[in-house]
Design a protein around this ligand. Structure first.
Ligand code: ZN
Length: 163
């Protein structure tokens, strides 16, 4: 290589890492240079290979392995949260319904039936749901659920004292 070619070589070494951003004329000069410079030719080859690998990785991981499962996970999370709330409402509804079915009026016996129902069915259900929440949802939801269950059970238990 003569002095002029060495200067071109030096420039190519600087420019090949940003090859994609160069304009067509500059790319042409680099392509001419790599015809007789194996060092730059090799560098350009590695660069295209690297770019393709990155693009493939982005396509594979980005679309198929990261974003879609994340969306699914958020969807499933919402479903589980809704299910946790619905099961609690359903259990309370069934306990109330049974209390009204077996008692004509809201008396001491009715209250006792309601409270027994709450501790026989709501307490085990809430423990099961709390374990489920702890396994599948985040700690914030576990604390919310625990507070809600404690408030509900304490309220039902307190009813007796006010009667
Ligand atoms: Zn070169």
């Amino acid at each position: 290589m003569n002095e002029y070619e060495m200067k071109i070589h030096k420039l190519c070494q600087e420019l090949i890492p940003v090859f994609d951003e160069l304009d067509e004329e500059t790319k042409g000069i680099i392509h001419e240079h790599v015809q007789y410079c194996p060092v730059c030719d090799n560098m350009l080859d590695k660069r295209s290979f690297l770019n393709e690998s990155i693009e493939n990785a982005e396509v594979n991981e980005g679309k198929d392995f990261e974003i879609k499962p994340l969306k699914k996970l958020i969807h499933i999370n919402r479903g589980i949260r809704l299910l946790m709330i619905l099961v609690r409402v359903l259990v309370l509804f069934v306990i109330s319904f049974n209390t009204l079915r077996f008692n004509d009026s809201w008396d001491a016996l009715a209250l006792q039936t309601f409270q027994s129902g709450a501790f026989l069915f709501y307490l085990p259900a809430s423990i099961f749901l709390l374990v489920f929440t702890w396994m599948f949802l985040n700690k914030k939801w576990l604390i919310y659920s625990l507070v809600v269950d404690l408030v509900i059970l304490l309220t039902i238990w307190q009813l007796q004292l006010f009667y």
